[in-house]
Design a protein around this ligand. Structure first.
Ligand SMILES: O=C1OCCC/C1=C\Nc1ccccc1
Length: 469
C-alpha cells in the first residue's frame, strides 16, 4: 500500500512537544477545554472562515488506524530516541473505543460571520474523559485556520475601500464583485495554500485566476463555480511577436477574441505609446466596433511603474482617444467597451492611493479593476490578527478549574477563562461571556464537529451573505 502521506496521518499532524503532553496534565484530569480567538492586529474585525475545510480534510471520519499508530510509534521512537514517549495506548483507545473517530466537540461561529477581535470564535473539548490529552493535541492543525481567516479578512478590507470609492464616484456598486481579481497562485507557498487562500478571497469577490481556490470551494463549500475569469495575455504571448510586432500582437488578440471581455498586458515596451498610438489610434476602430454588441470589453493591463500615476495617465490618454461621459456623481467614465486592470503593486495601502488619485482627477472608480497576488494570499502571518488557541477550563479530579494565563511580561496575552459563549447584547453587539456565566441558549457558537462527524456545514453562498460588505 502506498505509504500514508504525512499530511494524512492525524497523529503526525501536530508539534513534537505535544507528543509528551499527556503525562504533564494534573492526575485525574478528565476535561481540557480550549478556545480560539483573534486578539487583534491590522484590523478590528475578522471574517471567520476556513475551519470547515480543516475539519473535513483532516479530522472527520475514522481518521485513526492501526497503520497510523504503528507509523507514529516508529517515527517518534526515532525522533525522540525514546520508544516510550509516544502515547500509543491513548491512540489505541481511540481506535478501539471510538472506531478511530476523534472524541472531540468543536463549536464555532458560523463561517462568514464578521466578529470584532477579542471574541471567542471556536471552542474545543474532549467528549471522552480518557482523551483529555487530545484537545490541545489538535491545536496545531486547528490554529492553521488563522490563514483563511486572515486572507478573508484582508480581502474584505480591500473590498470596503473599493466599495467606498464606488459609492462616492460611481453610479452604483454593481461592479464590486469583480473589482479585485486573485493573481496569487504563483505567489503562495504551496498548492494547498493557493486553494485555501484562493477560496478565502472568494468569500468576498468573484474574480480569480487561482484555480485551486474555486476547486476547494467546489469540494468543501458546496459551490459549483465560485469564481470567474476571462481570456488574458501574458508578456510571453505579446513579446514573442518582437518589439516591432507589438501592434500585430494586439491586433491578433482582437481577431482571436472578436467579442467578449479580454485583457491585455501592454507595458512590454512603452505602455503610453501602446495606449495612445496602438490601442488609441491604429486599433481604435476595431475596439469601438467590437463594443457595439454592448458586452465586449477590452481591458488594458499596465504592469509596472507607480500604479496611481500610470493608471491616471492611461485614463487621460483613453479619455482623449475614446471620449468620456460624466456620471451621476460628477465623475468621468470611459465608454463601456474599454477598461483598465491594475494588477501590479496592489495592497491595502496602495489601493487607497490609486483610488484617491483617480478621484482627485475626477475619474470614477468604475473605470479600473485590480489584481493582487502575494499581498492578497501570502503576505500574512499568524500575528497579523494575533490568532491563538488557549485552554480556559478543565475538570481535574471532578473539580471545575477556570484556567488562564496572565503573563506579567505581556498583559495583551492574558487569556479568557472558564467556559465561553459568544452572545449578542440588546444593541446587537457581540460579547464573549466568560467564566461559564454565559447562557448556552444564547450562544452563537454552533457545534460543527462531534465525535468524528461534521454535524454542521455551510455553503459558500451562505458564507458570502454573512460576510457581505
Ligand atoms: O489580466 C487579467 O485580466 C483578468 C483576468 C486575469 C488576468 C490576469 N491574470 C493573471 C494571473 C496571474 C498573474 C498575472 C495575471
Amino acid at each position: 500500500m502506498a505509504r500514508q502521506l504525512m499530511s494524512d496521518n492525524i497523529i503526525l499532524l501536530t508539534d513534537s512537544y505535544k507528543i509528551a503532553h499527556y503525562r504533564q496534565y494534573p492526575p485525574k484530569t478528565t476535561t481540557v477545554y480550549s478556545y480560539f480567538e483573534s486578539r487583534g492586529g491590522d484590523f478590528p474585525e475578522t471574517v471567520f472562515f476556513g475551519l470547515q475545510y480543516i475539519l473535513e480534510r483532516y479530522l472527520a471520519g475514522p481518521v485513526v488506524t492501526q497503520a497510523k499508530i504503528d507509523e507514529a510509534k516508529e517515527v517518534f521512537a526515532l525522533h525522540f530516541g525514546d520508544d516510550k514517549l509516544f502515547n500509543a495506548e491513548g491512540w489505541e483507545y481511540i481506535l478501539k473505543e471510538h472506531n478511530g473517530h476523534l472524541p472531540i466537540r468543536i463549536k464555532a461561529v458560523p463561517e462568514g460571520t464578521v466578529v470584532p477581535v477579542k471574541n471567542v470564535l471556536i471552542t474545543i473539548e474532549n467528549t471522552d474523559p480518557q482523551t483529555y490529552w487530545l484537545t490541545n493535541y489538535l491545536e496545531t492543525i486547528l490554529v492553521e485556520v488563522w490563514y483563511p481567516l486572515t486572507v478573508a479578512t484582508y480581502s474584505r478590507e480591500l473590498k470596503k475601500i473599493i466599495a467606498g470609492y464606488l459609492s462616492e464616484t460611481a453610479d452604483d456598486l454593481s461592479g464590486l464583485p469583480f473589482k479585485l481579481h486573485d493573481f496569487g497562485y504563483r505567489g503562495v507557498s504551496s498548492v494547498e495554500t493557493a486553494g485555501i487562500g484562493g477560496a478565502s478571497h472568494l468569500v468576498n469577490f468573484m474574480g480569480t485566476d487561482t484555480i485551486a481556490g474555486f476547486m476547494l470551494a467546489r469540494q468543501y463549500y458546496g459551490s459549483t463555480m465560485a469564481g470567474y475569469s476571462i481570456p488574458a495575455t501574458e508578456h510571453s504571448t505579446m513579446t514573442s511577436w518582437g518589439r516591432a510586432g507589438e501592434s500585430a500582437a494586439y491586433k491578433n488578440l482582437l481577431e482571436q477574441f472578436p467579442s467578449g471581455v479580454v485583457a491585455c498586458v501592454s507595458d512590454s515596451y512603452d505602455i503610453f505609446n501602446a495606449c495612445e498610438n496602438i490601442w488609441g489610434k491604429e486599433l481604435k476602430d476595431l475596439i469601438v466596433e467590437r463594443g457595439k454588441d454592448g458586452k465586449s470589453i477590452l481591458v488594458i493591463r499596465p504592469d509596472s511603474g507607480d500604479p496611481a500615476t500610470v493608471v491616471v495617465r492611461i485614463l487621460e490618454i483613453f479619455g482623449e482617444r475614446f471620449g468620456t461621459t460624466t456620471n451621476s456623481k460628477g465623475f468621468k467614465v470611459l465608454p463601456p467597451y474599454i477598461r483598465i486592470i491594475q494588477g501590479d503593486g496592489i495592497s491595502y495601502a496602495s489601493l487607497k492611493q490609486i483610488l484617491q488619485h483617480m478621484k482627485d482627477h475626477k475619474w470614477s472608480a468604475d473605470n479600473v479593476a485590480y489584481g493582487s497576488g502575494g499581498a492578497l494570499l501570502q503576505r500574512h502571518h499568524r500575528d497579523t490578527q494575533k490568532c491563538a488557541l488557549k485552554c480556559s477550563f478543565a475538570v481535574v479530579n471532578g473539580e471545575n478549574v477556570n484556567v488562564f494565563k496572565d503573563p506579567i511580561t505581556d498583559p495583551g496575552k492574558k487569556s479568557k477563562t472558564g467556559r465561553l459563549t459568544l452572545e449578542r447584547t440588546e444593541d446587537g453587539k457581540f460579547v464573549t461571556q466568560v467564566e461559564s456565566k454565559g447562557d448556552p441558549a444564547k450562544d452563537l457558537l454552533v457545534t460543527v464537529f462531534e465525535n468524528g462527524v461534521m454535524v454542521k456545514r455551510w455553503t459558500l453562498d451562505e458564507i458570502r451573505e454573512r460576510a457581505a460588505v
